[in-house]
Design a protein around this ligand. Structure first.
Ligand SMILES: Cc1cc2nc3c(=O)[nH]c(=O)nc-3n(C[C@H](O)[C@H](O)[C@H](O)COP(=O)(O)OP(=O)(O)OC[C@H]3O[C@@H](n4cnc5c(N)ncnc54)[C@H](O)[C@@H]3O)c2cc1C
Length: 433
């Protein structure tokens, strides 16, 4: 429950404003927050003024790493009395300032413990601060696995479920939010609720992929699947993007359970796709290595069996992610059904050789989605299609940009203007409720 406000806070509200934060006010707020928080409280440093994208800068007044729900309720209460906002941050890997706070209280909710409990029905109850890496690792020890893991695994459970959450397994299992059956939400009025499709349905529906706008996701119950440790992997290389696109047409009518993973990459002068099949034992995986996937696919440039491929993928991405720190990272996702995906990819790929956009376009990472028959209430709006189809494609356009000159920020926004302006026909993917 909320704790009572103090007179000191009221004085601060009277003299404080979002724009003119003096050090004294920060210190005062710091003391007020700290007075009743068992976790850690910090005066902000650069660490919390930016995110992975590095494009947006905002500075909170106070940062809290909560230890329990009372800490969070205390932050809500203080913020309400002072008239400032509370924002949430998981691993801070958003690119456009979604986790930043402009003069408010920032709650940072991620740590390296694996705080979860496998339930009798095979579902798992997990704290939102857990990283997917640690959850998957812990589950594997109990022969279970998360249906859709993010490709990069150091993201937080609360963070990706507030965004949607997708990865190479989305090709058969949709988004991470499609597998959540219950969540515990801490609300700004100091109450908490377990929410599901049957209980507080609207809170459930709007907090998943809701960017933390309703409240704090504290715990989540999500499905698990049997752990299939061995991945039979096929990689394909294409000389032309059109060849790559043609090689995917069979997937439009395809409804099988396998391949269980797909991703593709256009960039660095190459176009590659990858299909995977998860197996519980090595012999079975190797036994199927020469099986055909589709007549539309030519000979793979590589095939083989990997153990714990999810972690291999994570490690390979970690290198890429940490490679160049002195850049703005402008990553934008666009979702389409196949025919528009095809047009979009050809359009953007052609821009690789043109002007400012071309010089900074790094790569286009592609995932395919097939959502379950009964997904969560969150329906993803796919460009040009209503209602959204169960199957669609996601193009993640990634652009690094040297930190100087700053004026380039206008050009860096090109994909968004491409998305919504008069210059092109392709709006960005958004969530539809
Ligand atoms: C290197 C990298 C790899 C990525 N890989 C993937 C991927 O494989 N799959 C994928 O789906 N996305 C991916 N993303 C995209 C996206 O940025 C992340 O899904 C998202 O940022 C989640 O991770 P996070 O813990 O960093 O969340 P943050 O970026 O910290 O937060 C994301 C949003 O959730 C809110 N939030 C955080 N915690 C809570 C909470 N407990 N309660 C309520 N709201 C909360 C925040 O306010 C914010 O709006 C990636 C991004 C980067 C930079």
């Amino acid at each position: 429950m909320p704790r009572p406000a103090t007179n000191l806070l009221r004085i601060m509200t009277k003299y404080g404003s979002q724009e003119t934060v003096t050090e004294i006010q920060r210190e005062t707020l710091y003391r007020l927050v700290q007075s009743d928080v068992q976790g850690e409280v910090f005066l902000p440093g650069d660490l919390w003024s930016s995110d992975f994208g590095g494009v947006v800068q905002r500075t909170p007044r106070v940062v809290v790493r909560p230890q329990n729900e009372q800490d969070i309720f205390h932050c809500f209460s203080v913020a309400k009395d002072v008239g400032i906002t509370v924002s949430f941050r998981g691993a801070g890997h958003s690119c456009h300032g979604q986790t930043l706070s402009d003069g408010g209280i920032l709650i940072e909710n991620v740590d390296d413990s694996a705080d979860f409990k496998l339930l009798d029905d095979g579902q798992v109850e997990v704290s939102s601060k857990t990283r997917w890496h640690n959850l998957e690792k812990g589950l594997n020890e109990q022969r279970r696995s998360i249906p859709v893991t993010t490709d990069y695994l150091h993201l937080s459970v609360g963070g990706t479920l507030s965004v949607g959450g997708y990865g190479i397994h989305s090709v058969t299992r949709g988004a991470q939010v499609d597998h959540v059956t219950k969540l515990r939400l801490l609300l700004p009025d100091g109450t908490s609720r377990w929410c599901s499709v049957n209980e507080h349905r609207d809170l459930f529906r709007f907090s998943l992929a809701g960017l933390g706008q309703l409240g704090f996701i504290d715990k989540v119950v999500t499905e698990t699947v049997p752990h299939r440790r061995f991945t039979r992997l096929y990689k394909y290389s294409y000389r032309k993007i059109v060849e790559f696109l043609d090689s995917l047409t069979w997937m439009q009518g395809w409804s099988g359970a396998w391949p269980s993973h797909f991703c593709a990459l256009v960039g660095y002068g190459q176009t590659l796709s990858e299909f995977g099949f998860e197996h519980s034992n090595q012999k079975e995986a190797e036994g199927h290595l020469n099986a055909d996937i589709s007549n539309d696919l030519l000979n793979p440039s590589f095939k083989g069996v990997f153990q714990d491929y999810r972690f291999t993928l994570h490690r390979s991405l970690t290198g890429y992610i940490n490679s160049d720190k002195d850049v703005y990272r402008v990553w934008a996702d666009y979702a389409f059904e196949y025919s528009n995906f095809r047009r979009f990819l050809l359009f953007v790929a052609a821009l690789r050789f043109k002007g400012v956009f071309g010089s900074f376009l790094d790569r286009i990472y592609i995932l395919a989605f097939r959502r379950p028959e009964t997904p969560t209430a969150v329906s993803l709006l796919v460009f040009g299609t209503r209602p959204a189809p169960r199957q669609f494609w996601l193009a993640d356009v990634q652009k690094p940009q040297r930190r100087f000159p700053l004026k380039f920020a206008a050009h860096v926004r090109l994909p968004s203007s491409l998305a919504s302006g008069s210059t092109t026909r392709f709006p960005a993917a958004t969530s539809e409720r």
